[in-house]
Design a protein around this ligand. Structure first.
Ligand code: G4P
Length: 530
């Protein structure tokens, strides 16, 4: 099979949602359609116990165990057309949302799940910001129509307003909660009748070309007129689906359903396979790289530590950007200028890992290593390339590390650098005093860091609070100005693990004030991995 046809079959995506909207349930149903799992409950069984915030170790373990479910690869057929789907898991716990942000740099599209009772929630807004950085095309699934929820039109207005994306309804619900009858597919002109509790896709589908067809009244009773009115309203108010706008990330096709009842999921998956993009070109510092180029290239977007203390190895997840990966091939690890032979790469088939024999652009492979690979690293067959668009996000929480045994400073340094390369936490070393300040997006990251320092590096440390609340990486073209700033703000400056200078501010007010006073300095919320 040609490289091009392998690429065209592939759909690599992630699901974004606020916890509890139904991501796990939807994932499970999608995997069932792909035949990747037979039994409902298999994904759920491994879901992180995210409500037990005190029980972070369990969550961490869950992350370790869930390596296999980090990427779920399955095959799906529509008529005779074959699709190879890579579904990338995004950690549910918001304290690990940095991982989620990075996973989104490796996808070509995303599915957004919205709880019809809640509308747009904060975590979804945050994740959407990340999707917008690369204009990732997004398909929306409005879930839990079997329950009373917000009015569908209000949900669309909420999405349009909060997420700044145009909505194009593809299906429209008939009733909700107890009166939920199903959805009408606006494009196929089909009525899908809801049946609660179906594990399979045995949904009754009736073709209704003309909404005035009396069959509609027979099937829906008084709700038939309600549907007619709604569709008429939509024709004036809603945007029709436009493939180009979707691919540009400015419009999202919207589906309604109920994941737990497996209703509306198959339609979502079918439309997704049809419209969502196959792997496209990726930007590198040097040039854009096309997926159908003969030579292999890929980048690391996630590192997962092995929770078994007997094994210090980590799995680095690589997104393939071009060419074909073959077992045993030699690739260049550009950051350290070394050729490495990759004999033990793994690919993830929902519940199992298998050794990779070959893989193509869009696929995700896992490579075992002992800390030599870091997030953002590029591997290619030979050409010097550095993929861009894998950012570090400015942390929102800070702690100063207190080392209990001063003799262990070297181990502390090593541990912190490795943990930061893995993306577990961000490390800053203050200009004054050389203290380590840790930055995180979620508080659990701090707990995990001290525990792992202890378990893996034999370093006993804890934290004391800091006054810092905000970090911004700073750059300036004018060396003199930068030197002046550095002299004046020395006590608020720190270097991150890659040697980039950051300004740590005690409040948003102070940051704003400093930004106004120093227009020559640029304050960055994100920074590219080097
Ligand atoms: P998440 O991964 O996004 O956090 O959500 P998850 O799938 O775990 O779903 C959160 C809760 O919402 C679960 O209930 C799940 O059963 C329920 N749910 C998912 N889809 C639907 C739906 O279409 N309709 C209704 N009514 N509920 C839905 P739970 O009580 O937390 O767990 P469980 O004990 O029911 O499994």
């Amino acid at each position: 099979m040609s490289l091009q046809s392998e690429i065209e079959k592939r759909r690599t995506f992630g699901i974004i949602s606020h916890p509890d909207a139904g991501k796990t349930t939807l994932t499970e149903k999608l995997l069932m359609f792909g035949g990747a799992i037979q039994m409902a409950g298999a994904v759920k069984a491994r879901k992180a116990t995210r409500h037990a915030t005190s029980d972070w170790m369990k969550i961490e373990q869950e992350r370790g165990i869930s390596v296999a479910s980090s990427v779920m690869k399955f095959n799906y057929k529509i008529d005779k057309k074959d699709f190879e789907i890579n579904l990338l898991d995004t950690p549910g716990h918001q304290d690990f949302s940095e991982d989620t942000y990075r996973v989104l740099t490796a996808v070509d599209s995303a599915m957004m799940v919205i709880d019809s009772g809640k509308g747009v929630e904060p975590q979804t807004e945050k994740l959407m910001e990340v999707c917008r950085m690369r204009n990732t095309p997004i398909v929306t699934f409005i879930n839990k129509l079997d329950r009373e929820g917000l009015e569908p039109l209000d949900i669309l207005a909420d999405i349009e307003e909060k997420l700044q994306i145009e909505c194009a309804p593809m299906t429209w619900p008939i009733g909700m909660g107890k009166s939920f009858k199903g959805v009408y597919n606006l494009y196929k002109k089909e009525l899908n009748l809801f049946k609660a509790g179906s594990e399979t896709a045995d949904i009754k589908v009736v073709h209704i070309e003309d909404l005035n067809d009396p069959k509609l009244d027979e099937l829906l009773g008084p709700q038939a007129d309600e549907l007619r009115d709604n569709i008429e309203l939509l024709e004036g108010a809603a945007d029709p689906f436009d493939l180009e706008h979707f691919l540009a990330g400015s419009q999202s096709p919207v589906f309604f359903g109920s994941a737990v009842n497996n209703f509306g999921v198959k339609e979502l998956l079918d439309a997704f396979c049809e419209f969502a993009p196959h792997p496209g070109p990726r930007k590198a510092v040097e040039r854009a790289v096309n997926p159908d180029e003969k030579d292999f290239s890929g980048f690391c977007f996630k590192i997962q530590a092995n929770m078994d203390p007997a094994h210090r190895d980590r799995i680095a997840f690589f997104r393939i950007c071009s060419g074909k990966f073959e077992k045993g091939m030699s690739v260049r690890h550009h950051r350290i200028n070394k050729d490495v032979k990759i004999a033990n790469a793994v690919i993830f088939m929902s519940q199992d890992r298998a050794h990779v024999e070959e893989a193509y652009a869009g696929d995700i492979i896992g490579i075992h290593n002992h800390g030599t690979i870091k997030i953002g690293d590029t591997f290619t067959t030979k050409e010097q390339l550095k993929f861009t668009g894998i950012p570090n996000f400015a942390p929102e929480l800070f702690r100063r590390v207190r080392l209990k045994d001063p003799m262990k400073r070297k181990q502390l340094h090593k541990g912190l650098i490795q943990l930061s390369e893995e993306g577990a936490v961000q490390v800053f070393k203050t200009n004054l005093g050389g203290d380590y300040i840790l930055g995180a997006v979620g508080v659990l990251q701090f707990d995990v860091t001290v525990a792992r320092l202890n378990a893996e590096y034999k370093v006993d440390a804890d934290y004391v609070g800091t006054d810092f609340q905000i970090a911004r990486w700073i750059t300036c073209d004018d060396e003199k100005k930068l030197a002046e700033f550095t002299r004046l703000f020395d006590s608020a400056l720190a270097e991150d693990a890659d040697g980039f200078l950051a300004y740590l501010a005690p409040s948003a007010w102070k940051l704003n004030y400093t930004e106004e006073q120093w227009p020559e300095i640029t304050f960055h919320k994100t920074r590219e991995h080097i």
